[in-house]
Design a binder for this molecule. Structure first.
Ligand code: 8YV
Length: 325
């Protein structure tokens, strides 16, 4: 028996995880365009598309160009690239992919922290370059994880998973968040500067968007101090990258570990030039298993919306949106 959803047109603009594409194709009518650009929509698409599944930016103009759009299923827990506030106003549901990537991203954050503080990537390069044999042991690292106090910027699901790991490493945890998180004993700082003053290691898990734009700035980095380590596993837009490169170059802070950048995949030359920066190509959630689970959640949200009228993981900006079924 053909499911009722088979006639529903789901638009995938640009690239999407192949497992999500395959499941959408099996369950719905898949429509593809190269990118989320209203100019690429023909009249039939404008009339028929009821769902979008994507990992690309979806702006207000694109939402407005699809008058029968009901749901945008975003691949990724971060949905700063989707204009969810506008979607909410237009009664369009937005979903993301929380939970299924929490532990993976937290693991990566700890790996990145260790690599940054103990220079593990550089030490491996040293071995591979034959320098262990020619020059002797790798130089002792200035940095150590021992005795550090860690501040977490963004105490959501991933922030808490990182905090649990930091505690297991025997280190203290405090945090800054839009608001205090109840049920957590970690010390809360109402401002990012006061958190940076209190700790020597700052891990940013903050979401992107206007409220956090360049929040990690020269003042915050100065407050972190000369033994300071900054790790970013959230969004590159939350950092003033020019100020960060300067702080790394002139010793304002000791080191940084970055998985995310403001203009991916472009990494500023000034950061590439910093030997005390450990740079990763946005791999926080990038294991086969976790990306598969994220792809499944994208499609599960679409199915739940069209079959039951309630998605699995709506974002808060569109919690109020009701299905018209
Ligand atoms: C995504 C991420 O895989 O979930 C997020 O917010 O940053 C990653 O885990 C990425 O956004 C997809 O490109």
């Amino acid at each position: 028996m053909m499911s009722e959803t088979q006639d529903i047109a789901i638009l995938v603009p640009g690239k999407l995880h192949p497992h999500a594409v395959e499941r959408i194709n099996g369950r719905f009518r898949l429509v593809r365009i190269d990118r989320a650009d209203p100019a690429l929509l023909d009249d039939a698409m404008k009339k028929e598309v009821r769902g979008v599944a994507s990992m690309t930016a979806i702006d207000a103009g694109f939402i407005d160009a699809l008058p029968n759009l009901e749901i945008i299923a975003n691949f990724g827990v971060g949905y700063d690239a989707v204009d969810a506030a506008h979607a909410g106003k237009k009664d369009v549901m937005v979903t993301n992919t929380p939970d299924v990537l929490t532990e993976e991203v937290a693991d990566t954050a700890l790996g990145l922290l260790l690599c940054t503080v103990r220079e593990l990537g550089r030490a491996e390069n040293y071995l591979r370059a034959g320098k262990w044999r020619s020059d002797g042991p790798y130089p002792l690292t200035k940095g150590s994880l021992r005795g550090r106090s860690v501040g977490i910027f963004g105490m959501g699901r991933i922030g808490r998973a990182i905090a649990r790991r930091i505690e297991a490493f025997g280190l203290s945890v405090s945090y800054h968040n839009r608001r205090q998180v109840h049920g957590e004993d970690y010390t809360y700082h109402p401002s990012l500067v006061s958190l940076a003053e209190a700790v020597d290691t700052l891990i940013s898990v903050a979401p992107g968007g206007e409220a956090t734009e360049k929040a990690v700035n020269a003042e915050v980095l100065k407050a972190l101090g000369p033994n300071g380590v900054f790790v970013n596993i959230g969004r590159g837009s939350t950092v003033d990258e020019v100020a960060l490169a300067e702080a790394l170059a002139d010793g304002t802070i000791l080191a940084a570990g970055l998985d995310v950048f403001a203009d991916e995949p472009n990494v500023p030359q000034a950061l590439l030039a910093c030997e005390n920066a450990t740079l990763l190509p946005h791999v926080g959630s990038a294991s086969i298993a976790t990306r598969q689970a994220m792809a499944d959640l994208v499609v599960d949200n679409l199915i739940a919306w069209f079959e039951e009228g309630t998605p699995v993981t709506p974002v808060w900006e569109t919690q109020h949106v009701q299905s018209g079924r």
